[in-house]
Design a protein. Structure first.
Length: 151
């Protein structure tokens, strides 16, 4: 994962039509929720986005676990336009996904840009990702993940 300041998104995504909406979402979520991590991932971080693509954001709330509906209700008001597509998890819930080599969690950790969050938690996340890669012998391919070892 790369650390990227939301203020530098304009230089990384210069033609992105919804940049202002994305930055506003990050600022509001950070101010109101104080999440453990806000991680942009998907086409925007891979560079294969369309100018009007949605913005995939993994929102990791400070509580250990959160249901999808409960988490979504907390973050949806920060983007009334529906440009930001938030996936909301709790801290331990997302760490477990990484440790279990969940494909989505692996993508978030591999390609994600950390826009905000708690440095201690982000460090734990990076360590869990490195451990999962070693444990499962994970290798990133063009089309996904290859597992060389059984877990």
């Amino acid at each position: 994962m790369q650390r990227v300041l939301s203020s530098s998104l304009s230089s990384r995504l210069p033609d992105y039509e919804h940049l202002e909406t994305l930055v506003s979402f990050v600022e509001r979520a950070q101010e109101k929720l104080h999440p453990a991590a806000l991680i942009l991932f998907g086409s925007l971080t891979k560079g294969n986005y369309y100018l009007d693509s949605d913005a995939d954001i993994c929102v990791i709330l400070a509580q250990p676990e959160v249901s999808w509906g409960e988490g979504y209700k907390q973050v949806a008001p920060f983007d009334p336009e529906g440009v930001v597509q938030p996936l909301v998890y709790g801290t331990e819930q997302f760490l477990k996904m990484v440790r279990d080599a969940n494909g989505l969690a692996l993508e978030v950790c591999h390609d994600g840009w950390v826009l905000a969050g708690d440095e201690g938690y982000i460090q734990r996340l990076e360590e869990a990702f490195a451990e999962a890669k070693r444990h499962f012998g994970l290798e990133k391919t063009e089309s996904g993940w290859l597992m060389r070892k059984e877990g």
